[in-house]
Design a protein around this ligand. Sequence first.
Ligand code: ADP
Length: 240
Amino acid sequence: MSDSGPETARVSAPVAIILFGSPGSGKGTQSKYIVDWLGIPQISTGDMLRDHIRRGTEIGVSIASRMRAGTLVPDELVNALVAERVARPDCAKGFILDGYPRTTAQARQMMRLLNPLGVEEVVIHLVVDYNVIIARMQGRRVCPKCGTLYNSVSRPPKTEGICDLDGEKLVVREDDRPEVVRERLEQYEAQTRPVIDFFRQDNHRVFDVDASRERPETVFSRIQGMLADIPGLTVKEVVV
Ligand code: ADP
């Protein structure tokens, strides 16, 4: 899967990998690569919220219209979801935060949550050009069953319109409609971009990765290189 050959890796110290970037920057795709590589779970606040909507829970009902419009849901709500999720046993070796934190208030809360856990934190900032994002999101399709993302240009399914993994018919996510995409990007500029400055000022380890031009596999091998350089973080095992 990666360019790094027949090697896999496991984390040796608990790690919180914070995948940061605008809508369409590839956070979900990179998360899935990292899950396979390091064997730690992906915590996607967007997926958790969509799951609540699908199940028609009280939370789901309360956020449905905001999600449809592409606006952020309240900090307290996502903070509580993430706090509950990272306390589960499968997060003991670490986890990937995909789409959280998205406001500086969430980032402060995240610090309060992670400090006592003693995890190594790494922020991976996927940097993507605005026009590239717009083009990407127009071609984006998702499998409603397993959540796999496809893109007509960079990651087409083997058969057009059909999920490679389970044969489901692919759909356009409701908030990928053009007017909603614009709103999501505005929310990102106003509320989320300042979080990266917060991380930098607060002396977090932030890695910028150019995710505009390269293919997702190449972006992933860059991320692997960055993470492998952190002493004690990953243990390489050769697969025979
Ligand atoms: P993307 O990163 O492509 O916008 P996500 O699936 O991460 O997609 O998010 C979809 C929607 O879920 C957002 O537009 C927002 O309404 C909501 N959401 C997800 N994560 C958060 C968060 N951390 N804080 C507030 N709202 C969130």
